[in-house]
Design a protein around this ligand. Structure first.
Ligand SMILES: [Zn+2]
Length: 137
């Protein structure tokens, strides 16, 4: 995706209006216009990186410092019970906009906004060893 077609670059350049919570020279936090829950926030780097593999370590560290700050702000000001921090990479993982971003999704006890109860099966020793060998070779 070219930068000039990227919706987050357009938001960063103020070509598309957004409800900005925080902004500095390198990062921007704004309210998601299709929120999963009240206060659903997106944090982006102003530099266009496709995903976590493209971003440099310094900016990755800095963006997560901002994610923490905004999380605390949302937690305190919106009086929520908790929140999920979500960062999707590649379409298979649900990444829709190919510009590195982090979601903060406010939660309340027993809400039905974002299910984390995904069925899981216990792996066998053999399966775990095969994966471990693939990762270490
Ligand atoms: Zn972009």
């Amino acid at each position: 995706m070219r930068e000039e077609e990227c919706i987050f670059c357009k938001i960063k350049n103020k070509e598309i209006p957004s409800k900005i919570i925080f902004e500095d020279d390198s990062y921007l936090a704004f309210l998601d216009i299709f929120p999963i829950s009240k206060g659903h926030t997106i944090i982006i780097t102003k530099n266009h990186y496709s995903n976590i593999e493209d971003i440099n370590e310094n900016e990755l560290t800095e963006v997560f410092k901002i994610v923490r700050k905004i999380s605390i702000l949302i937690h305190e000001k919106l009086k929520i019970d908790g929140y999920n921090i979500l960062q999707n990479n590649f379409p298979a993982a649900g990444q829709v906009i190919r510009h590195f971003h982090v979601h903060i999704i406010p939660r309340s006890i027993n809400d039905d906004k974002f299910k984390m109860k995904i069925p899981r099966n216990q792996a066998t020793e053999d399966e775990l060893n095969k994966i471990l060998n693939s990762l270490k070779s």
